[in-house]
Design a protein around this ligand. Sequence first.
Ligand code: COA
Length: 322
Amino acid sequence: MIYSRIAGTGSYLPEKVVTNSDLEKIVDTTDQWIQDRTGIKKRHIAADGETTCDLAEKASRNALEAAGITASEIDLVIVATTTPDLIFPSTACLLQQRLGIAGPTAFDIQAVCTGFVYALSIAEKFIKSGSHKRALVVGAETLSRIIDWSDRNTCVLFGDGAGAVIVEASDEPGIIASHLHADGAYESLLRVPVGVSSGFEQMIRGEGYVEMKGSEVFKMAVTTLGRIVDETLASTGLQKSDIDWLIPHQANIRIIKATAKKLRTPMDRVVVTVHDHGNTSAASIPLAFDTAVRDGRIKRGEILMMEAFGGGFTWGSVLLKY
Ligand code: COA
């Protein structure tokens, strides 16, 4: 049996910080409201000209260093993003060029906030098949580019960032289970209603922004995230008490707390970074993962449950032994 183990993690947040007080100056909101309803204190925003690939490259180099390998040892690059630099080539191909590695399989996947979980699960399937040995899996976003900064319902929630992991073939677990789901029927609750083949003119005029029915998304997220964890545990025979760390998508502290409560996981076993960077979509789980690895909370041999929910709707989980 070929397993996939995490060999190293990395992350990167852009230098520019926008606090809740900064947002008070541009929309009708307060620091208190944002903290009470979301837990977010600040978000990082890419500088003019700084792209998703720039953030992905920095996170990837950190992950390569942590794994103690060079980019030339990578044979699969997957970038999860909803905010690619270009329509094409993919951000994965741009990243591959930056890292100077010609040849390896490289592609983007788009599952919005569930993107990293999708990408990690896909990498594991490539490795398990024996076709690839070592993958660079990245979640990277410049969400700030698709936010209407005059809409207080959305602009307080999102931020930019990137996280990356190196996944390699191993005789021992590794990734134990992953589950991926989607239901396109909920498109209208969370979307950016412009694109290449519909509304391209609006897109190039920069008029396509995140639209969200917040409270409906909230309810769906809480219900679905609890269910996905149960599904994943049931497939492995593990119990809730076997999970050492829950690494949820960092969208909102209230969603995170409600999910942890359903799982009867104490908050001191939940990795929370949403206060520092807001919802960074596909980057949020690898950002949280890397933070907790680097500050020494997550240790080798521990059982981690990653779970995410996002536009689509998409949702999924990865259970792994670190
Ligand atoms: N500052 C101040 N007031 C705000 C505000 C802001 N930034 N945004 C909305 N409000 C107001 C609303 O207009 C509303 O006012 P009203 O009662 O006068 O109509 C009031 O606050 C309550 O709005 P509501 O939408 O019911 O608040 P909520 O408790 O549901 O919190 C969210 C709003 C967006 C924080 C919450 O619904 C949420 O987090 N949803 C999930 C979003 C998410 O995670 N999306 C990504 C999923 S991957």
